[in-house]
Design a protein around this ligand. Structure first.
Ligand SMILES: Cc1cc2nc3c(=O)[nH]c(=O)nc-3n(C[C@H](O)[C@H](O)[C@H](O)COP(=O)(O)OP(=O)(O)OC[C@H]3O[C@@H](n4cnc5c(N)ncnc54)[C@H](O)[C@@H]3O)c2cc1C
Length: 327
């Protein structure tokens, strides 16, 4: 028995969400008296495996092969299944990020086990069974999922659990994992990879997000939003209206059909606050809304509201932060 944690990485760099999941796994494993086993798949991911030990794993399985240089759903699902077969975990946690979501779902289907997706809370009942809390109906209801089959698998949303402290003095075992890829995996081929947002922080794990909506009036209207995001070290988000208008690419979209985010600070500029937008950001710790219309629904979820023209308010905020932060 163990808890298996999928350590998601990009170019050999672990995503922080992996360590958030690891921290939660460590906490539950200590209650259950079982080890935490990390699992990392990719090419040249040895350093990530070592970090896994520092963040709380007792052992890390490493599927390190040129065949895993690029994400391929079937190949990564095969690797995950091999890790499950090798460790026989009672619980599997995986980050709810692109790619891993697919691999986890495929592995769950093939093993005929349940998968609670996009969890934002995890706990154990008195019998040591996993209780997985996940949003449904655009986040309007939280459900607690219990599992009939074993192992119990959940993908977890970013920033749902605190980042544990890294302890470089921790020791543990790092072991290679042999994966025999099946026919389906052999049929997958990555033709090219195009990075949509070179140099821009992704909204998914950002602590600060400045978002623009139809109120920015055009692609150039995102300039003051980008300036503020850059100054605060945050990411640029957008409503679907802005994305559909072609003013900003889809990876920036927040909401029901975009990304779900949980930053410490979310500043919505020229966004009305439609239910589908709120579904993606209403769990932010502090929401600030800037809107010309004092009756805009976004003010209903905002802790601080500024009624005004974003083209005056956002640059004024940027200047005020610049002075305050001395940057
Ligand atoms: C199935 C489905 C899924 C959807 N998924 C999503 C999703 O994932 N994300 C999403 O965002 N939407 C989604 N939508 C669309 C959603 O319903 C809204 O249409 C969209 O969120 C509106 O975007 P907006 O707030 O930018 O635009 P609007 O509703 O047009 O609001 C623009 C706001 O800007 C304000 N404004 C204008 N000029 C200024 C100015 N100079 N300064 C300050 N304020 C100004 C206005 O007062 C207004 O409140 C979805 C819809 C459907 C049906």
């Amino acid at each position: 028995m163990s808890i298996l944690v999928y350590i998601a990485q990009q170019h050999g760099q672990a995503l922080p969400i992996s360590w958030e999941a690891m921290g939660k796994a460590r906490e539950m494993a200590d209650k259950l008296g079982v080890p935490v086993v990390g699992f990392v798949v990719g090419q040249q991911v040895g350093e990530t495996a070592k970090e896994g030990i520092a963040y709380g794993a007792d052992k890390v399985l490493v599927a390190d092969d040129p065949a895993f240089a690029q994400f391929r759903a079937y190949a990564f699902a095969e690797a995950l299944q091999a890790a499950i077969a090798a460790t026989k975990p009672s619980i599997i946690l995986a980050p709810a990020v692109s790619g891993v979501r697919d691999a986890a779902a495929l592995a769950a289907c093939r093993l005929n086990i349940g998968l609670a997706a996009d969890c934002q809370g995890l706990d154990l009942d008195a019998g040591g069974n996993l209780l997985a809390v996940r949003p449904v109906f655009s986040g309007n209801i939280l459900t607690t999922v219990v599992f009939k089959a074993r192992p119990q698998m959940a993908t977890v949303r970013g920033r749902s659990f605190p980042l544990p402290a890294k302890d470089a003095t921790r020791t543990g075992e790092i072991a290679p994992l042999t994966v025999a890829l099946d026919e389906l995996a052999a049929q997958e081929e990555v033709l090219s990879v195009e990075s949509a947002e070179v140099g821009e922080l992704s909204v998914e794990n950002a602590g600060i997000i400045i978002s623009g909506g139809r109120g920015v009036k055009g692609p150039e209207g995102f300039a003051p939003i980008r300036d503020l995001a850059k100054l605060l070290g945050g990411a640029v988000g957008a409503s679907r209206a802005a994305v559909d208008a072609g003013w900003i690419p889809y990876p920036h979209q927040v909401g029901q059909t975009g990304k779900t985010v949980r930053p410490d600070l979310y500043i919505a500029c020229g966004i009305s606050g439609a239910i589908q937008h709120l579904a993606g950001m209403s769990n932010a710790k502090v929401i600030v809304a800037i809107n010309k219309d004092k009756d805009a629904p976004i003010f209903g979820v905002a802790r601080y509201g500024i009624v005004g023209d974003l083209f005056e308010v956002v640059p004024a905020l940027t200047e005020a932060f610049r002075t305050k932060l001395g940057r």
